[in-house]
Design a protein around this ligand. Structure first.
Ligand code: PRT
Ligand code: ZN
Length: 316
């Protein structure tokens, strides 16, 4: 009887232990959900990518030589990688999101989702030929040799135009190809155009425009998607603020109506009376692009002592 009782209690205890463990594991899993973010280790995308997360209030230590860093105040871990490897890691789910140029994303042809365009590292992918050559349009590339690190994007462009060229895939120093007799033309990334110029080439066809893009793993867990949502919310607030300025100005009360029309702020401008009778201070948010245009109109309408201040975050 005693033996039976002992066996029964052992079963009950082991069941309870198993249930408790599963609950604990579930709890830990929830707490442990960490988003893995792949950014370029060092290169043209690195600084802006890291700043983007830092401006969003996500703290992490990216000291020299580090390949991984965990945020101290946000459920995220950063992986510092070569940009070309990022789409593959995101497709495989080793990283949940990553930042690359659209050129690398499209060329890599990986199954990832496009989460958000980020507006930095803008450049174009262009075809260039020796400066002394005459360009007769896309059709004149028929049968020609073109050197590039972007065979897929170039191939698509040529196909769209019904042109068959010989694409020579090379991984770097593309601009040198015509001068060493490897190709008649090149297809490479252009930013200022200085590199083409210094290699005796001229840009004849822009085939693709690129900027940094956040890509994501197509099958992310609901918890991870929630963390991505939080990041996107913060990025929106930072980007909105970057495009806007906070303006404060003084004016005679009779000018308030005219000036208010020139300050299409978040809602209507705030108006505060000044110590000097008949005068008020107006404050509002103004779009950076409209700023210089409107500033002249504001002065003409009687605005004085105009202060323009940067905004850190803007949340609607
Ligand atoms: O080491 P890793 O593989 O991570 O980096 P990477 O050397 O492959 O890339 P990196 O850091 O040079 O560029 C990263 C991304 O920045 C690119 O994929 C583009 O999306 C973007 N970007 C923006 C540029 C440029 N501008 C750019 N100017 N990428 C390359 N260039 C090069 C171009 O290849 C050419 O040699 O700069 C030269 C042309 O510049 P200009 O100003 O003379 O026209
Ligand atoms: Zn690269």
């Amino acid at each position: 009887m005693l033996k039976l009782f002992t066996i029964a209690s052992a079963i009950v205890y082991s069941l309870l232990f198993t249930v408790n463990c599963s609950l604990l594991i579930c709890k830990l899993k929830k707490v442990d959900t960490i988003l893995r973010i792949a950014v370029q280790k060092s290169g043209r995308l690195s600084e802006d990518s890291l700043n983007l997360f830092k401006e969003c209030g996500i703290k992490f230590d990216n000291g020299a030589g580090k390949l991984k860093a965990t945020s101290s105040n946000f459920p995220a871990e950063f992986l510092f990688l070569r940009d070309d490897d990022i789409p593959g890691y995101v497709e495989d789910g080793v990283a949940d999101i990553g930042i690359v140029g659209q050129n690398v994303h499209v060329e890599s042809h990986k199954n990832v989702s496009e989460v958000k365009l980020l507006g930095f590292s803008k450049c174009r992918l262009s075809i260039a030929i020796p400066r002394e050559d005459v360009y007769g349009g896309v059709q004149s590339l028929e049968g020609k040799d073109i050197a590039t690190s972007y065979p897929i994007i170039l191939g698509n462009f040529l196909k769209e135009h019904g042109v068959t060229s010989h694409i020579h895939e090379i991984s770097g120093s593309v601009e040198i190809a015509p001068s060493i007799g490897l190709a008649h033309a090149v297809c490479d990334i252009v930013s200022s155009g200085g590199t083409l110029l210094s290699n005796g080439l001229k840009e004849v066809e822009v085939i693709f425009r690129s900027e940094a893009i956040m890509i994501g793993c197509p099958d992310m867990s609901a918890e991870k998607q929630e963390i991505v949502k939080q990041i996107l919310f913060r990025i929106d607030a930072v980007q909105r603020a970057k495009n806007s300025k906070y303006v404060v100005l003084n004016t005679k009360n009779e000018n308030i109506e005219a000036i208010s029309k020139l300050l299409p702020g978040m809602q209507s401008p705030s108006i505060n009376p000044l110590a000097q009778s008949g005068w008020s201070a107006l404050s509002s948010v103004i779009n950076e692009n409209d700023f210089w245009q409107n500033i002249e109109k504001l002065r003409e309408a009687g605005a004085e002592g105009i202060l323009v201040m940067p905004i850190e975050k803007m949340i609607y």
